[in-house]
Design a protein. Structure first.
Length: 470
């Protein structure tokens, strides 16, 4: 059936699921059976359009790959015919080009990867319904504002008290509008974060690094006095800096940068241009796309792709390069050897004014001092492999402070034997902390994941652990 068997009730949110696989539609109906929604299903885009014309639908969740009319075309048609309906796309990492088309033409609200997580799907739909309510409320608020402005024009100039009262009401309304706008902006940022996770599903693209780089980029930008609106571009560029790598071959992604041949490095660096191309037509992401294009420029003008020099390189790109190369030094992908925090900072510092902007380096080190205060930040220009003042990360010795190396969040499927975990958490409770992953530990995590039917929150440390000072 293309429609749920019951009749919709008044003011109950209505959801339409569109997928050409009946079993998936049945699973979705079972999932939302206990929720107070009117649920409709359709096995094709055309059937979905018919339901939209017949019933007041609030949210549509559509699969991307369907015969005759794919998800992007279906959502584009819905956007034209019924623009107030919130549109959500089910897609996988291999559908990147189709997803971009859906963003441009179908104006989708969010993405969900297949197979989906039930709780995530429920939360996304609840958020979508709330956003639709906020949009309707905002439209009503605009009507109220226009009515109030008309009334203000008719007020007698001698009725000062009445004018003051109307002004107070207007300020209250504007504050409500501002709150609704901030909530919508937060939901957009959440969508960018979700999209970054989809990108990191591609084998060869390391998970967790984009989030760390984006957060540190915002902190460095704030230290440099960057305006709040521009800091948002730093965040988006950091989260999506790897999007162009989706177009690279598995062979290129499988090798660390230092191991690539000269020709392979040229092919690899094309990801910056591809990333800009994918995002530049999206109004809110256009400034971030420029930062992504220039993330491999060098301060001395010998970088890629445009050989920009000094302050001709966008500030956000200069910030991304310092932080990205710092992370690459720690995990060994840049030089072939994992470095300690101190050695990585030394490696970066001796290349100031050549590869990196000195002002950005100073700001980054200051941010690390404030956000990771237990790290030894002494810069040694001569001995990159010096033993830094620290104790073992996994030690219980409280006489020597632990070095604060970056902690990244990764998906459970990325966890491998030999990694150093800061902690593995199930539903907020620690399963293990501060240890090296063994085969037995990995098996235990996998078993617990399936027994609890929960995805663990996994945090790992990167970088070489410094030796203790005698």
């Amino acid at each position: 059936m293309n429609k749920a068997s019951f009749q919709p009730t008044t003011n109950t949110p209505a959801i339409l699921f569109v997928d050409d696989e009946p079993n998936i539609l049945k699973s979705l109906q079972r999932l939302f059976r206990s929720v107070n929604y009117d649920v409709y299903t359709a096995e094709s885009g055309m059937a979905g359009l018919a339901i939209v014309k017949q019933y007041p639908i609030d949210v549509i969740v559509s699969d991307m790959r369907m015969p005759h009319m794919d998800g992007a075309k279906f959502l584009e048609q819905v956007a034209n015919d019924s623009p107030d309906i919130i549109r959500i796309l089910l897609t996988g990492y291999s559908d990147i080009q189709s997803t971009i088309a859906a963003v441009n033409k179908g104006k989708i609200y969010s993405y969900l990867s297949k197979p989906w997580e039930d709780n995530e799907l429920k939360i996304q739909i609840a958020n979508a319904i709330e956003q639709k309510r906020l949009r309707e409320e905002r439209q009503q608020l605009f009507i109220i504002i226009n009515q109030q402005n008309a009334e203000l024009k008719d007020l007698n100039t001698n009725l000062e008290e009445k004018i003051l009262a109307r002004t107070a009401q207007l300020k209250t309304t504007l504050n409500q509008l501002d709150s609704a706008h901030k909530l919508l902006e937060k939901q957009y940022t959440d969508t960018v974060v979700a999209f970054a996770k989809i990108i990191e599903m591609r084998p060869g693209i390391k998970s967790g690094q984009s989030k760390y780089i984006a957060e540190k980029a915002v902190q460095v930008g704030r230290e440099l006095g960057v305006a709040v609106d521009e800091l948002k571009n730093f965040l988006y560029a950091g989260m999506l800096k790897q999007i162009g790598k989706m177009s690279l071959s598995d062979q290129l992604l499988a090798k660390p940068f230092y191991a690539l041949s000269t020709q392979q490095k040229k092919e690899y660096l094309l990801h910056t241009i591809e990333g800009e191309t994918l995002l530049k037509d999206l109004q809110q992401l256009h400034p971030a796309s420029v930062l992504i294009r220039h993330q491999h420029e060098q301060y001395d003008g010998l970088g890629y792709p445009d050989a920009l020099k000094h302050h001709n390189i966008p500030l956000g790109s200069r910030v991304l390069k310092v932080i990205s190369d710092y992370v690459a030094c720690l995990d060994g992908s840049l030089t072939g050897t994992q470095m300690t925090v101190g050695a990585a900072l030394s490696w970066i510092n001796i290349r100031k004014e050549n590869h990196y902007d000195p002002i950005v380096i100073d700001a980054f080190i200051k941010v690390l001092k404030e956000t990771e205060p237990e790290t030894d930040f002494e810069i040694d220009h001569l001995a990159l492999d010096k033993s830094w003042k620290t104790s073992s990360v996994i030690t219980e010795d409280h006489h020597n402070p632990v070095v604060s190396r970056p902690v990244l969040e990764i998906s459970w499927s990325e966890l491998k034997v030999g990694m150093e975990v800061e902690g593995v958490y199930f539903d907020g409770k620690a399963y293990i902390k501060n240890c090296i992953v063994t085969e037995k530990i990995l098996q235990g995590i996998t078993k617990l994941k399936y027994n609890l039917d929960l995805n663990p929150n996994i945090k790992i440390r990167i970088g070489k652990q410094p030796s203790s000072e005698k």
